[in-house]
Write a protein that binds this ligand. Sequence first.
Ligand code: 5GP
Ligand code: ZN
Length: 111
Amino acid sequence: MENCIFCKIVAGEIPSPRLYEDEKMIVIRDIEPKAKLHYLCIPKTHFALLSEMDTEKAEILKHCFSVIPALEEKLGLQEGYRVIINQGENGGQTVKHLHIHLLGGEKLADF
Ligand code: 5GP
Ligand code: ZN
């Protein structure tokens, strides 16, 4: 997808160190961390919203949520973390390429 910053990161056009990568997803650090540890799990396939879900996209998200627990120790999240997927305007989604926030490394505020 043209002009999508996360597609550019996935393609390597914008350099961003990958803490994890496989055929379906990458994990990078958020450039403006909102917690002591803040990662983004970014599917390599471009889609913006959960409402676009189909079998292929469901498989991609299933994959992401299968891999994330296996990365907890490597990412320093073994004491717990918060998983967030912002959706649309009201959800505060600024990058229209679906991604999973992983926040941790400290006790997070209630919300
Ligand atoms: P959203 O608000 O769409 O849920 O989250 C987008 C996130 O992407 C934000 O937390 C923002 O800091 C992060 N972000 C935006 N541009 C870049 C970038 O170029 N590199 C990295 N690593 N994170 C980015
Ligand atoms: Zn994209």
